[in-house]
Design a protein around this ligand. Structure first.
Ligand SMILES: *Cc1c(COP(=O)(O)O)cnc(C)c1O
Length: 444
């Protein structure tokens, strides 16, 4: 933890930091957001995003063979975009009326991984597998990638290892896809990892190594052990280029869905996107992609738990990934698994600092009441983390963002990015629902 003097000097420069440290829900509008003509050169470009989309196309025959549930979409993993009329009506009774249309991007329903990690996590492993196969001369890009399900390929990959540190969706996604390809895969988890996740991984042939210490110790040990082995590759959530690239493709897919729904995005029809944020890779990647497509007409907001505002603290102080929430006395204890992150991704935060319109924070109790409301009104189950975007439109409406940017909110389209849920087992769904129901009763 930093000294009191150091913290006070940060607060002097950015008074909002005091509220963040006090764990009050805040909304911060990014003073460093750039307009399109002022955007700096980023380490990844539009062409990298298009290349990532092509990699997914090449792997489609693999998915059809390896995961038959993907056959109906010809091996393309995608989730629906759903308009939430009932939920909107309920939210409108409770707070300022939402102007414009209100949609959910249902990545909770992405096949196999049941979370947005099916974009980033899967991509990183596929990219690595393709590289190995091309370099070994056993594959050409023009071949059918159904080859990845053959014994020959599985035997080839069994010489290689993949490691990842995660107690949540990242571990699940990397574990499942790597094991399917034939890699030896190890997920490093902290002592508090949920039993059902460890069981599910082991059932998929994944090695799970448990550490008594906290999560950063597990990641650190995982990184060291993996990197010491020349045949092993570590998926590093705290600084990954490939994870980020995988997420950018989500923007291309959303743009296609908006077009199919005849929804215009231009200067008179703004698009707002609200994304739950952990290390910042998934919200940063999709924001980067959306900015490439829509430029200044898309407005991207991230949301973090009041107890884990890692990207917010990095951006507000300008310290990026050099600062953790623990450094300023915040405990990083939240029930929002996917968002329980103390330090942001270095790679993602340096990009997002220029793109994101703002970040708001949300209390855990609120995540559970939103989970109940969405279940009751739309019969959609999300894990707690994934509900955080639902109050986005009303939270942004408490600021002068729309007026200052001269936006026609009557014509707005709001997309709440739902990031996970489908792998959560029934008993835990019930627990989450009960918790939200009780909170709901007690505050009303
Ligand atoms: C991973 C995850 C996020 C956040 O993604 P980051 O890349 O860590 O910012 C949000 N919601 C859920 C459910 C997740 O699993």
């Amino acid at each position: 933890m930093y000294s009191k003097n150091k913290i006070d000097s940060f607060i002097k420069e950015s008074p909002i930091l005091k509220e963040i440290i006090d764990l009050s829900p805040v909304i911060w509008l990014n003073p460093n957001r750039k307009i399109k003509s002022e955007m700096p050169a980023f380490p990844i470009k539009k062409k990298d995003m298009d290349a990532a989309a092509e990699l997914w196309e090449r792997f489609a025959p693999f998915f059809v063979n390896a995961f038959p549930q993907t056959a109906k979409t010809n091996g393309i993993l995608e989730s629906p975009l759903k308009e939430l009329e009932n939920m909107k009506a309920l939210l409108n009774q409770e707070s300022a009326k939402i102007q414009g249309r209100f949609f959910l991007k249902c990545d909770n329903a992405l096949p196999i991984a049941g979370s947005i990690k099916a974009r980033g996590g899967f991509f990183e492993v596929l990219h690595y597998a393709e590289d190995l196969a091309l370099n070994a001369g056993i594959l050409k890009k023009s071949d059918s990638y159904a080859a990845f399900t053959t014994d020959k390929f599985k035997q080839f990959f069994s010489k290689y290892k993949i490691g990842v540190g995660s107690t949540g969706n990242l571990g699940l996604s990397i574990g499942i896809i790597s094991a399917k390809l034939g890699f030896q895969v190890t997920v490093y988890v902290s002592g508090d990892a949920k039993k059902w996740k460890k069981d599910l991984l082991r059932a998929n042939g994944v090695e799970v190594i448990e550490f008594a210490g906290d999560f950063s110790e597990a990641i650190l040990a995982g990184r060291q052990k993996t990197n010491a082995d020349p045949m092993a590759y570590f998926v590093d959530d705290e600084n990954s280029h490939e994870l980020f690239l995988g997420y950018t493709v989500g923007a291309l897919r959303l743009a296609k869905q908006l077009e199919e729904a005849n929804i215009r995005v231009d200067a008179d029809n703004p698009l707002f996107v609200y994304s739950p944020c952990g290390v910042g890779g998934s919200p940063g990647g999709t924001a980067f992609g959306l900015k490439q497509i829509y430029g200044d007409n898309v407005h991207c907001f991230f949301v973090e738990p009041t107890h884990s505002p890692a990207v917010l603290v990095g951006l507000v102080t300008g310290e990026m990934s050099n600062i953790s929430v623990q450094d300023i006395g915040i405990d990083n204890i939240t029930e929002a698994d996917g968002l329980a992150v103390g330090r942001p991704s270095n790679f993602a935060t340096n990009v997002s600092g220029h793109l994101v319109s703002g970040i708001y924070t949300i209390e855990d109790d609120r995540l559970f009441t939103l989970l109940v409301k969405l279940m009751d009104t739309e019969q959609i189950f999300l894990e707690p983390s994934a509900t955080a975007g639902l109050i986005g439109p009303q939270t942004v409406a408490t600021t002068d963002y729309a007026t200052k940017n001269n936006l026609n909110m009557e014509n707005a389209t709001h997309v709440v990015w739902a990031t996970g849920g489908d792998l959560v087992p029934d008993f835990e769904r019930k627990e989450f629902y009960e918790r939200g129901k009780n909170e709901f009763v007690s505050i009303n």
